[in-house]
Design a protein around this ligand. Structure first.
Ligand SMILES: Nc1ncnc2c1ncn2[C@@H]1O[C@H](COP(=O)(O)OS(=O)(=O)O)[C@@H](OP(=O)(O)O)[C@H]1O
Ligand SMILES: Nc1ncnc2c1ncn2[C@@H]1O[C@H](COP(=O)(O)OP(=O)(O)O)[C@@H](O)[C@H]1O
Length: 283
């Protein structure tokens, strides 16, 4: 397990995004995937729409089928996490018990529940697929939020609201950054345990984490997060607190790091790549 963490320079986990249809689950999941990949972090999105075309195409939307849907996806995500990937899962997953069962499949702390706290009226107004209209007309039965229940998470790691305190919508990247910031704070984007480097393979030079930087890390704050209107168990932006993260210098901040990661999309970041190059040179 430590070998894999050292190899990938990250710790596997499940980011479980739950919320009503139209709450933005897929949007934030794919934005996360894109940003993480541009940071040379390995993630994979398991999205409801796609999985229901394959792995779960035999399932419908009865309570029993939804439970089986979440069970299969949960087991798959747990395997990905065990392999060291950041498994990003975007399913309505309306039942608390089913989500809690998945939480138990991975080591404590490695399940990050993200609640898209978007009111039904907003999702219905968006109605990107026209399904709410059909549900209201009775054409689609047992539609979540209309005539089928959605059980809100009780104590999710992260809550993303529809709008910030100024009433503005979040962009996909803003929502993704909130989650990536949490992953960084919890050490999922690093090979370090408790802030210290693991022993290195001979010839393997650890690459710098674009967010976390070298040891010993210095505590820094990202002012923008305080206005993000989100909360997390990590204390991220809860009740307007200034959030903290570990960075590498006064001239860099979280937003800058992510922005530059975005700009590098498709090109391996130099600092991230140097370790792999050194390792290959040593062969
Ligand atoms: N009855 C009913 N209720 C809810 N959703 C429905 C239903 N019928 C079809 N759809 C479409 O299926 C998508 C949800 O699939 P999920 O696998 O995420 O659902 S669940 O977790 O098993 O409840 C959901 O996609 P998203 O909008 O991406 O959430 C809908 O487009
Ligand atoms: N933060 C946001 N603000 C405004 N619209 C959004 C936001 N996030 C997503 N959307 C839009 O809402 C619709 C549903 O988003 P989607 O990600 O497909 O939701 P879900 O996967 O939860 O069904 C899409 O048209 C998307 O562009």
């Amino acid at each position: 397990m430590d070998d894999r963490r050292r190899l990938l320079q990250q710790k596997g986990c499940i980011v479980w995004i739950t919320g009503l249809s139209g709450s933005g689950k897929s949007t934030v999941a794919f934005a996360m995937d894109r940003i993480l990949n541009s940071m040379a972090k390995v993630s994979y999105v398991l999205d409801g729409d796609k999985i229901r075309e394959g792995l779960c195409k035999d399932l419908g939307f009865s309570a029993e089928d939804r439970r089986e849907n979440i069970r299969r996806v949960g087991e798959t995500a747990a395997l990905f996490a065990d392999a060291g990937l950041i498994a990003v899962v975007s399913f309505i997953s309306p039942y608390k018990r089913d989500r809690d069962i998945v939480r138990e499949l991975v080591p404590t702390g490695n399940f990050i529940e993200v609640f898209m706290d978007v009111p039904l009226e907003v999702c219905e107004e968006r109605d990107a697929k026209g399904l709410y209209k059909l549900a209201r007309q009775g054409v689609i039965k047992a539609f979540t939020g209309i005539d089928d229940p959605y059980e809100k998470p009780v104590n999710p790691e992260i809550v993303i609201k529809a709008v910030n305190e100024h009433g503005a919508c979040y962009s996909p990247d803003e929502m993704a950054r909130i989650i990536i910031h949490h992953l960084s704070e919890k050490g999922f984007l690093s090979d370090r345990v408790d802030g210290w480097n693991l022993p290195q393979n001979p010839g393997f030079v650890s690459r710098q984490d674009p967010l976390v930087g070298p040891n010993p890390p210095e505590l820094r704050s990202y002012p923008g997060e305080a206005e993000a209107g989100v909360s997390s168990k990590a204390g991220l932006s809860r009740s307007g607190e200034t959030s903290k993260f570990y960075g590498r210098g006064p001239d860099r901040n979280f937003a800058t790091e992510l922005a530059s990661a975005g700009e590098m999309s498709g090109t391996p970041p130099t600092s991230a790549w140097s370790g792999q190059q050194a390792w290959m040179d040593a062969l």
